[in-house]
Ligand binder design. Structure first.
Ligand code: SAM
Length: 301
């Protein structure tokens, strides 16, 4: 279970969710016609060895990642991760084309965009996450000999604390346009920290800034509590439902629109259909997961 000020490394608690989504990107990248190719995702999984590396060699049967990612649910989860990577890659390409040179990855985890996207000269990518997560990422990429394709500044901070101060202390200029991303993050923050996150983005965004958010509609409380109990009974405490907050302070489209941003929501289900990976209508669990998710892009006039 979560508590205020809890912390983690890459294999524990919320840190392991960064590995889960990286593993999904790695599995997507191995498909004949992938929605997105993140060549670093598999590198990260192999670096932690054990069940995360075994996932790619067929030896991981009976491990937790294997149980989740190589099931009917897992197939759709991998599609979802491929689709969201593609959507947010396109978002950053558009922001860069519009002249934005400050990029902020809130809860960067194992996001490798600083290393794999063709950033224009002068771009600075700020990556915020917990210290041990960023430390793991730094070590793996250094051992692998990789260089970022933009100036990269890692900021070890808890996003429930004063991350705005840490960002500006690292050289972020609120007087210049920026492009922000909260991908796979909101559900790990209590509503009060979600609100502070949106308020921080707005306060630090000059005109012509961009913001992108992935959000999901909370589940009915009794359904959520039943899922948590199920996870615990199966000995899977700390897999998903015990790590997330089933609360949202406000829908992103509404919140940003009310503050003068032009916000455009895309339902994940529609986007999956558009990119040729429609969700199977017959699976209620997958349907509930996918239909609860929206990808929002907002621009500040
Ligand atoms: C599901 S991962 C997503 C990572 C990345 N955005 C991606 O899509 O690949 C969630 C990430 O949020 C980070 N995170 C969650 N709550 C946080 C907090 N309070 N402070 C800093 N990082 C946090 C975790 O450490 C983890 O890296």
């Amino acid at each position: 279970m979560r508590h205020d000020n809890d912390s983690w490394d890459i294999t524990t608690s919320v840190g392991s969710t960064a590995l889960f989504v990286a593993a999904s990107r790695a599995l997507e990248a191995r498909k004949p016609e992938p929605l997105a190719v993140d060549p670093y995702a598999e590198v990260f999984c192999r670096a932690v060895v054990g069940e995360w590396a075994d996932l790619f060699d067929g030896a991981g049967l009976d491990s937790k990642p294997d149980h989740i990612l190589h099931t009917a649910f897992g197939v759709q989860f991998v599609n979802f991760q491929g689709a969201r990577t593609r959507y947010f890659d396109a978002y950053f390409a558009a922001a860069a084309a519009a002249g934005v040179r400050q990029i902020v990855l809130l809860a960067a985890g194992l996001d490798s965009r600083a290393y794999r996207l063709p950033w224009p000269d002068g771009t600075v990518v700020y990556e915020l996450d917990q210290p041990q997560v960023l430390d793991f990422k730094r070590r793996v990429l250094a051992d692998h000999g990789d260089e970022p394709r933009a100036q990269r500044r890692a900021i070890a901070v808890d996003l429930r604390d004063d991350w705005q101060g840490a960002l500006t202390a690292s050289g972020f200029d609120p007087g210049l346009p920026s492009a922000w991303l909260a991908e796979g993050l909101l559900m790990y923050l209590p509503a009060v920290a979600q609100q502070a996150l949106f308020a921080g983005i707005d306060a630090l965004s000059a005109p012509n800034s961009w913001a992108a958010v992935e959000e999901s509609v909370p589940m009915p409380t009794e359904v959520f509590e039943a899922k948590r109990a199920e996870e615990r009974a199966a000995g899977d405490d700390g897999t998903f439902f015990t790590l997330v907050y089933n609360e949202r302070h406000a829908p992103a489209e509404q919140w940003f629109s009310e503050r003068g941003w032009a916000a455009e929501p895309t339902s994940l289900a529609d986007y999956l259909a558009d990119v040729g990976r429609p969700m199977p209508a017959e699976d209620p669990e997958v349907g509930a997961m996918i239909s609860a998710i929206r990808l929002i892009t907002a621009t500040k006039g």
